[in-house]
Write a protein that binds this ligand. Structure first.
Ligand code: PFF
Ligand code: NA
Length: 437
């Protein structure tokens, strides 16, 4: 069967931006920017995103495009070409990043399930009725989440089922523009609330002393990798569907900018509103499922804004979850020759069943989420960087990234990728182990 491609450069950037923009932008970034020095946090964040993570993005895309395969097949080819008979080792290594994002998909679908539930709650006007802080605790960790979890898996499954162009690209073409429009509307609402100023200060007033703390830099570095979906499978498989005339360096600049814009918009949509109502700009689930619904219960027009908000987060979630399922689907199809339909069905059932115990046990859920995002995903990013820059070779890596690009990286890029990027990717793994994210 002929391999599918994105319709063009636009589609490629859009799906990649869709993968990049997710819960990381919404529930991690807005909290971290406040917690780690406001505008001062942007310094390490932007250094790491532009100087380091963007190289990882180009590496994964170019790796996939050069081999026209996802991680398993690409690593296998590169190993086999280097030394006959070692292909199996490559395939085994390629399995790591694919398993990493698939494991993330397993719990991410559960979170999308919660979001779907909250989207429906916003519709029924329930935020004015239920006890919001109590509700989240009584809903999550119970069998009541299972149906919503199933809906999230099915939604992802349907998109991936329709394939690269008619599924993933089409869905992103619908969801991403709506996501940005909604975020803009929410920002306007949020910053015009009385008392919004404290939230704006929380985001923008730089607390320079935070730059002296190691933790600030660690958080910025981890955020830079996660936010661009670096892990050696997602961007790699998306790159494998890119046409040869795609300008990878310029696409990377655009994807990074859109992703950053989404993070800033999300922060401005959330934090000022949370402050305006004297709530806690907590991290993670507490922000999305407690502080924010409380805001919408109190805000003028909160009914409509609540619906819009949860719709936009659901879109951010699905555009990422499809990018977590696709690498496993591509790998499985490539290895077994199964049809896309059968593969998607099989892997979705597996993801759902493995996720079931996490539905009803929040401690297990937390452990799973931590292990996959903090330890396994960064390891996948490191493995792919080593295979690309060292096994495939830094000279060929540079040529592939430069291919058909207006931006041409000079010879310096080779040691930069081979030593500096690989070293930093290694440091990310070590720091995450040491600091637990
Ligand atoms: N970039 C996504 C976010 O910020 O939420 C998360 C993500 C998606 C990570 C896909 C890894 C991945 F492969
Ligand atoms: Na997304």
């Amino acid at each position: 069967m002929k391999r599918e491609k994105w319709t063009g450069k636009m589609g490629f950037i859009l799906v990649s931006v869709g993968s990049a923009i997710g819960l990381g932008n919404i529930w991690l970034f807005s909290w971290r920017i406040g917690e780690y020095g406001g505008a001062a946090f942007l310094i390490p964040y932007l250094i790491f995103v532009f100087g380091i993570a963007s190289v990882g993005l180009m590496e994964e895309w170019a790796f996939g495009r050069s081999q026209v395969k996802g991680a398993i097949g690409a690593f296998e080819k590169v190993f086999e070409e280097k030394k006959k008979g070692t292909g199996k080792i490559g395939a085994a290594l390629g399995f790591i990043p694919v398993a990493a994002v698939f494991s993330i998909f397993i719990f991410y679908a559960i979170v999308i399930g919660w979001l779907l539930k909250y989207f429906v709650l916003s519709f029924t006007g329930a935020f004015n009725v239920i006890n919001i802080p109590e509700y989240f605790g009584t809903f999550t960790g119970t069998a009541n989440t299972i149906g919503w979890h199933a809906a999230a898996v099915i939604g992802t499954m349907v998109i991936v089922f329709f394939g690269v162009q008619r599924g993933i690209e089409k869905a992103n073409k619908i969801m991403m523009p709506i996501l940005f429009v909604i975020l803009l509307i929410l920002v306007i609402r949020s910053v015009t609330l009385t008392g919004a100023m404290d939230g704006i200060k929380y985001i923008f007033v730089p607390e320079w002393s935070k730059l002296a703390e190691v933790k600030t830099w660690i958080m910025a570095l981890g955020q830079a990798f996660f936010t661009l979906s670096l892990g050696g499978a997602t961007m790699l498989v998306y790159g494998s569907y890119a046409r040869d005339d795609t300008d990878i360096p310029s696409a990377s600049i655009q994807a990074v900018l859109f992703n950053f814009m989404a993070s800033m918009l999300a922060a401005l949509a959330i934090i000022p509103a949370v402050f305006a109502f004297g709530l806690d700009p907590a991290a993670g689930p507490g922000l999305l499922f407690v502080s924010i619904p409380t805001v919408f219960a109190k805000m003028p027009g909160g009914y409509i804004f609540g619906i819009l908000f949860f719709l936009s987060v659901v879109f951010a979630g699905f555009s990422s979850s499809v990018s977590m399922l696709e690498p496993a689907v591509e790998g499985f199809m490539d290895k077994t020759g199964f049809s896309r339909g059968k593969t998607v069905l099989l892997l979705s059932i597996v993801a759902f069943l493995v996720g079931l115990p996490l539905d009803i046990d929040m401690a297990k859920f937390g452990t799973w989420a931590d292990i996959t995002t903090i330890y396994v995903l960064p390891f996948g990013a490191l493995v792919s960087a080593v295979v690309f820059f060292w096994v495939f070779g830094a000279d060929k890596a540079r040529a592939e990234i430069n291919k058909n690009s207006n931006i041409r990286f000079g010879k310096w890029f080779e040691p930069y990728g081979k030593y500096i990027f690989v070293f930093v990717a290694f440091i990310v793994v070590i720091l995450n182990i040491a600091y637990g994210g």
